[in-house]
Design a binder for this molecule. Structure first.
Ligand SMILES: Cc1cc2nc3c(=O)[nH]c(=O)nc-3n(C[C@H](O)[C@H](O)[C@H](O)COP(=O)(O)O)c2cc1C
Ligand code: SF4
Length: 449
């Protein structure tokens, strides 16, 4: 069994052993904040002792002395919104699951991160696996769940090794599977590996997959918080959401709420790829203008190329042009301007990038990943892909362009789940902002071209 005395003994011994390793200077941009990534590059992720030496599991200790409703209250005070893409308030989600009456409840950490260009969750799991285990423990205490699952995408073999070791060490120390800090609360975690389907990141498809079914979304409602895994109340939270929970409990909800944009408090880890000088991952306070992120954090355009657009959320996102870069990050702030912040991945394009070709390539991704359950998405992604291919090859007509737009709206309004509902976003955003690129590729019969 783990106790405070045991934690403190490990901390003291480890601090003596590591010397000044934790003081090493990690080169950061002056705009970066390291809350979620506080241990990244500092501790050895394979060492539970080093996590404990950096005050690891003190959040769980504090939570174990709190009432469930007080933990949830603290989460609500923090204003934390889920970082998996939808931005749902975490405290409220926990409240719903807490209030549901059941003999068994579950916590699931969604580590299926599959959007091209996004790898923030991978960085967290590879560098600080215990932060998410501790986050899951606290979520379990808050709602009364005794079992947790980590659903990890198969494409992350390093995360698998690191998580397996972390779970094993947490069991050996009596953090998992044993009464926690002199309470009678016990929590188990099982690691499940997905089979490479993007749709299994959608929470109900993920639940189906854990249950051994085909990974296809369920009807909502009922929502997982009341009827989730095996029909029991289930909280599904993203990796980036869970990793900050221990610090919120330790430092208090007010601490977190003060950071960043008040409608999406805290930080966001952005992964930036494409034509910038310094692509990579950056933890930044929300509310930062996109121009600042691209120029001051990512170093501006690489090789003197000319900026064309930035795309948020890859195959389900939208473009922002130069004159829109003053917009600030935050779920609502960006949505008001027609862009989904999603999980925070940014792809930067220069003048050499062809919008039609990019839309075609993203639609190919959606077409391959469509689970096939509903006709608008199963058929719609294929038809849109074919139209884009035709236009790209120079054989498209005005009629094709109209059909492309019609089909996109039809799919958004009739597809069953988020994948199909957002798959046409790049096309519609591309048509809205770069229509001339589509038109210039059309085959103009009347002009004998
Ligand atoms: C097609 C699709 C893929 C998704 N993939 C992920 C994913 O890989 N990771 C994730 O956390 N959420 C993903 N989501 C969102 C989840 O359904 C869910 O909203 C999220 O895990 C909730 O966690 P949060 O409240 O902490 O954000 C996906 C949604 C859709 C529609
Ligand atoms: S929208 Fe696409 S992914 Fe979602 S249920 Fe329909 S076919 Fe499956």
């Amino acid at each position: 069994m783990i106790t405070l005395a045991k934690l403190m003994k490990i901390k003291e011994k480890t601090l003596n052993e590591v010397g000044d390793k934790f003081n090493k200077n990690i080169e950061l941009n002056s705009l970066e904040i390291r809350d979620k990534l506080r241990n990244a590059g500092v501790i050895n992720p394979l060492s539970i002792e080093e996590y404990i030496a950096r005050d690891g599991y003190l959040g769980a200790l504090k939570a174990s002395q709190m009432k469930q409703t007080d933990i949830i209250q603290e989460m609500k005070k923090s204003g934390l919104r889920g970082r998996g893409g939808a931005g749902f308030p975490t405290g409220l989600k926990w409240q719903f699951a807490h209030d549901a009456n059941a003999d068994q409840k579950y916590i699931i950490m969604n580590a299926d991160e599959g959007i091209p260009g996004d790898y923030m969750d991978r960085i967290i799991m590879e560098s600080d696996p215990h932060s998410v285990i501790e986050g899951m423990l606290i979520a379990g205490m808050a709602i009364g769940a005794t079992k947790g699952f980590i659903y990890l995408r198969i494409e992350y073999p390093k995360c698998k090794v690191v998580l397996e070791k972390a779970i094993k060490d947490a069991y050996e120390l009596g953090i998992l599977g044993s009464p926690l800090f002199n309470t009678d609360f016990k929590f188990d975690i099982e690691l499940r590996i997905g089979a490479g389907a993007y749709i299994c990141g959608e929470e109900t498809a993920l639940i189906e997959s854990i249950e051994g079914m085909k990974g296809q979304p369920r009807n909502k409602p009922p929502f997982p918080v009341t009827e989730g895994l095996y029909g029991k109340p289930t909280v599904v939270n993203n990796v980036e959401t869970l990793c900050i929970v221990p610090q919120i409990i330790q430092k208090g909800g007010h601490w977190y709420h003060k950071i960043g944009n008040p409608e999406t408090p805290g930080t966001k880890i952005h992964t930036i790829s494409g034509k910038v000088k310094r692509p990579g991952y950056y933890e930044l306070p929300t509310g930062m203008p996109i121009k600042t992120i691209l120029e001051q954090v990512a170093g501006g355009m690489a090789n003197g190329s000319d900026f064309k657009a930035v795309l948020f959320s890859g195959p389900s996102g939208g473009f922002l042009k130069k004159d829109e870069l003053f917009r600030r990050t935050g779920f609502d702030t960006l949505a008001k301007n027609g862009v989904q912040m999603g999980a925070g991945g940014l792809i930067v394009l220069d003048e050499s990038n062809d919008i039609v070709s990019l839309c075609r390539s993203f639609m190919k991704f959606n077409m391959k990943e469509s689970c096939g359950r509903c006709t608008p998405c199963r058929e719609g992604t294929v038809r849109i892909y074919e139209l884009l291919k035709k236009i790209e090859s120079g054989m498209g007509t005005d009629k094709d362009l109209i059909q492309l737009e019609d089909l996109s709206y039809y799919m958004i309004n009739s597809a069953f789940c988020g994948l199909g509902q957002s798959a046409p976003n790049p096309v519609l955003s591309g048509l809205d902002k770069f229509r001339n690129e589509f038109q210039n590729k059309l085959y103009n019969f009347g002009e004998g071209k």
